[in-house]
Ligand binder design. Structure first.
Ligand code: FES
Length: 651
C-alpha cells in the first residue's frame, strides 16, 4: 500500500509519509515553515495546523489529544489550550490518510507582517533572537560532563545550534535554573546572520512570555523608538523624544565642531545620547505595558555623526575632507555597551552599515525599506531631515548622497516655526482671487474657516507653523501671486492683499492674527521664504547631482520619506521646485522609511546580510566637493527653478 500523500498549504510542498508520522516531522522533512519552540513536546502551541481538505476525524491520531475521543471532546480540550476550532498541534497530530494541511500565518516562523507604511509592503519574520525549549540529560557520575556541556548537546541535537557563546551571567545561574526546571529549560538564543550564536538567557521550564525588540531611528533632532514583538512582528508601541545633543549644536556640523573645540566634548555628547536611548527604551516599554527587561534586541539607524557619537567614536574625521568613517560596516555588540541598562542584560544591538562619511545607516535603512535597488523603474528616494539623504537608482545601479538642507523643513529658523505639535499650522490654502488664507492645525480636523474651528482649537490655540505648513504656505503664496519667481514677497499694492505688510525693508504675509484670542500673530516673513529657498535648493541640487552622475534628465518614481515627507503634498513640493519634475502620480510618500528599515533589520536577519551587500555596491557622491552642486544650488534658488523646465506643473 502506498503511503498517504501530504500536501502543505500555502507552500504547496508535498510528500508521502508512513501512517503515524507526526505532521511536524513531515513538515521538517519537506522544509515547510512550521514553528515550534518546545521541539514537539506538545507544550508551546506554536505548531498549530488545520486540515484544509480531508475528513477531520481522519486527520490526526494524537497522543496528547487522544483521537479515540469523540471529536467534540477533542475540540473542547483544544479550546482550553488556546487552539482555534479545527486546529491541531502539528507535533501531536499524525498522518493517517491523504490530506492537505493548512499552515496558518501565526504558525509560520517566517510569517509576513504588513507594514504600517503607506506602501503596505510586508516584512518576512526571521528574527535573529528566538526561544528554544530543551530537555537535557540529568548529571551522571559515570559520565561526568558539565551541565553546560549537556545543555549545548541538547541545543545542538534538538535545534541544530552549535558553537554557542555563553556569557558568564548565564553560566552563573545555569545550575540552579536547570534544577528548578527539572532539567527542562527555555533558552533565548541570538543567532546572527554572520557569526556565532549567543545564549542570552536560560529560564526554568517552558516560558512563553513576549520576546521584544526595539527599532531605533536616532536622528539629530528627534529619536524615535518602535517596540516590536519578535514573534509576531507587531508594533506594540512607539515613542519619540528630542535628541538632547541639540544643546551642543542644532546641526551635525556644529556638533562635530563642538567635539573639535572642546576636550571631552565628544564624550559628553556620547553620554547624553546614551542616556536618551535608555530613557526612550523605558518609556516605550512602559507605554506598551511591557517590562524593559523583555527587550532582547535592538536595531539602530542613524547618520554617521550620530553613529560615531553613540559608539563613543570621536566624529572629528567626519568634519573634514575626506570625511572618513571609523567603520562603514554594520556593528553588532552587546546593547549594555551603549548604556542600555534597563533592557535585558545580555540584549544585543545591531547598527546598520553606513554608506559614506555623510550618508549613514539611516540612508541604508531607507534603501532597505524602499528597495530602489530591486526596481526596474528609476527611483529617487528623498529622506528629508536636517540633512536630506538622497538615493537614486534601480536594479542596475544605485547612487547616494546627502545634502545639507538645514532644519528649516522641520520648522526651525522660521519666524513662527515650531515642531509639528497640537496648535501648529500644518496645511495652508490661499485663495488665488481674494488672497485670503485658510489653514488647519495639528490635532484638529477642521479648517480655520469652518464653523467650530475656534471651539475645536480652544485648548491648544494656534501656536505656530510647522515644516509642512511653511512649505504649503510658501507654495500657495507663489501660486496666488503673492511671491515672484525670485521669492520676493510683493507689497499690498503689488499683490492686492492688505495682508502683505511692510516688515523692515521687505514685506511679510499675515497668515493668522491670533492676538485677540491671546495667541501669536503668525506671518510668513521674507526671512522665512529665504530659509525655505536655501533648504529646497540644497535638496534639489543633491537630486540633480545624482541624476547628472547617472546621465539622466528625468526619474520615473519619486518617494518622499521621513516623518516630514509623509506630510508634504507632491504638488506643493513641485511648485517650490523641491523635487525634480515628474508626473504628480509618480510621487509617493513612504512615511518614516528609516524607522521602517530599522524595523525590517530587527525582524528579519536575512535583511541584514542583504543591506550589507547592497551598501557595498552603492556609489557615493560627495556633494561638498562636486563643482556642479553649487551651480545646481544657485539655479534652484528660483521658484521653481531658473532653468530646468517644470512641465508637469502646467498640465
Ligand atoms: Fe510545541 Fe507542538 S511544537 S506544541
Amino acid at each position: 500500500m502506498t503511503n498517504p500523500l501530504v500536501i502543505f498549504a500555502p507552500s504547496g510542498k508535498r510528500g508521502r509519509f508512513p501512517v503515524g508520522t507526526p505532521v511536524l516531522a513531515a513538515a521538517r522533512q519537506l522544509g515547510v515553515d512550521l514553528d515550534s519552540v518546545c521541539g514537539g513536546r506538545g507544550i508551546c502551541s506554536k505548531c498549530q495546523v488545520s486540515p484544509a481538505l480531508g475528513e477531520f476525524p481522519k486527520f490526526g491520531v494524537t497522543v496528547a489529544e487522544d483521537a479515540l475521543s469523540p471529536w467534540n471532546a477533542v475540540e473542547a480540550r483544544n479550546e482550553k489550550r488556546g487552539l482555534k476550532p479545527g486546529r491541531r498541534l502539528g507535533c501531536q497530530a499524525t498522518i493517517q490518510s491523504d490530506v492537505v494541511i493548512d499552515v496558518p500565518p501565526e504558525s509560520q516562523v517566517h510569517r509576513q507582517v504588513v507594514r504600517k507604511a503607506a506602501s503596505e509592503r510586508t516584512i518576512e519574520m526571521d528574527p535573529a533572537t528566538r526561544r528554544f525549549f530543551v530537555a537535557i540529560a540529568e548529571p551522571d557520575m559515570h559520565n561526568p560532563s558539565g551541565d553546560l556541556q549537556r545543555l549545548r548537546d541538547a541545543l545542538r541535537e534538538s535545534w541544530g545550534i552549535a558553537n554557542l557563546n555563553v556569557p558568564l551571567s548565564v553560566l552563573t545561574r545555569l545550575q540552579s535554573t536547570l534544577r528548578a526546571g527539572d532539567w527542562q529549560v527555555t533558552c533565548t538564543v541570538f543567532q546572527p546572520h554572520d557569526g556565532q550564536p549567543h545564549l542570552l538567557d536560560v529560564e526554568a521550564g517552558f516560558v512563553d512570555t513576549p520576546l521584544l525588540g526595539l527599532a531605533i531611528d536616532l536622528g539629530s533632532t528627534t529619536i524615535a523608538g518602535h517596540l516590536c514583538d519578535l514573534t509576531t512582528g507587531a508594533v506594540l508601541g512607539s515613542a519619540g523624544i528630542m535628541n538632547p545633543q541639540i544643546r551642543f549644536g542644532e546641526d551635525l556640523m556644529s556638533r562635530v565642531s563642538y567635539a573639535m573645540l572642546n576636550p571631552g566634548g565628544a564624550a559628553e555628547m556620547t553620554a547624553v545620547v546614551r542616556q536618551a536611548l535608555e530613557a526612550l527604551a523605558v518609556e516605550v516599554a512602559a507605554d506598551a505595558g511591557a517590562t524593559p527587561a523583555a527587550v532582547v534586541e535592538t536595531a539602530i539607524v542613524c547618520n554617521p555623526v550620530m553613529h560615531h557619537l553613540l559608539l563613543g567614536i570621536d566624529p572629528v574625521e567626519l568634519g573634514q575632507s575626506p570625511f572618513a568613517l571609523a567603520t562603514s560596516d554594520s556593528v553588532s555588540l552587546a546593547a549594555a555597551k551603549l548604556g542600555l541598562s534597563s533592557i535585558h542584560p545580555e540584549a544585543r544591538a545591531y547598527l546598520l552599515p553606513c554608506i559614506a562619511g555623510h550618508v549613514g545607516a539611516d540612508a541604508a535603512a531607507v534603501v532597505l525599506s524602499e528597495e530602489p535597488d530591486q526596481q526596474d523603474a528609476l527611483t529617487l528616494v528623498i529622506d528629508v531631515g536636517t540633512n536630506a539623504e538622497i538615493v537614486l537608482g534601480n536594479r542596475e545601479r544605485v547612487l547616494a548622497c546627502s545634502s545639507p538642507t538645514g532644519p528649516a523643513f522641520e520648522g526651525a529658523q522660521i519666524s513662527s516655526g515650531q515642531r509639528a505639535a497640537p496648535g501648529a499650522i500644518e496645511r495652508v490654502e490661499i485663495d488665488p482671487e481674494t488672497k485670503e488664507p485658510r489653514f488647519r492645525v495639528v490635532g484638529c480636523d477642521l479648517w480655520s474657516d469652518d464653523p467650530g474651528f475656534a471651539v475645536a482649537t480652544a485648548v491648544s490655540g494656534v501656536t505656530g507653523i510647522c515644516g509642512s505648513g511653511i512649505i504649503e504656505a510658501v507654495a500657495e503664496m507663489r501660486m496666488a501671486g503673492l511671491l515672484d519667481a525670485s521669492g520676493l514677497i510683493g507689497s499690498a499694492e503689488q499683490t492686492g492683499s492688505a495682508r502683505c505688510a511692510p516688515d523692515g525693508r521687505t514685506h511679510s504675509y499675515l497668515l493668522h492674527d491670533g492676538t485677540a484670542e491671546g495667541g501669536p500673530r503668525i506671518s510668513v516673513t521674507q526671512g522665512d521664504i529665504r530659509a525655505i529657498q536655501l533648504a529646497k535648493s540644497a535638496l534639489y541640487a543633491g537630486a540633480r547631482l545624482l541624476m547628472d552622475e547617472l546621465g539622466v534628465d528625468t526619474v520615473e518614481r519619486i518617494v518622499l520619506a521621513g516623518a516630514f515627507g509623509a506630510h508634504i503634498s507632491p504638488k506643493h513640493a513641485m511648485v517650490l521646485g523641491m523635487i525634480p519634475d515628474a508626473p504628480l502620480e509618480a510621487v509617493t510618500s513612504a512615511g518614516n522609511a528609516a524607522g521602517t528599515g530599522a524595523r525590517i533589520a530587527l525582524l528579519n536577519r536575512a535583511s541584514r546580510a542583504r543591506i550589507e551587500q547592497t551598501v557595498r555596491r552603492i556609489t557615493k557622491v560627495e556633494t561638498a566637493i562636486a563643482p556642479r552642486f553649487q551651480d545646481h544650488f544657485v539655479n534652484a534658488n528660483a521658484l521653481p527653478h531658473a532653468t530646468d523646465p517644470f512641465t508637469e506643473l502646467a498640465r
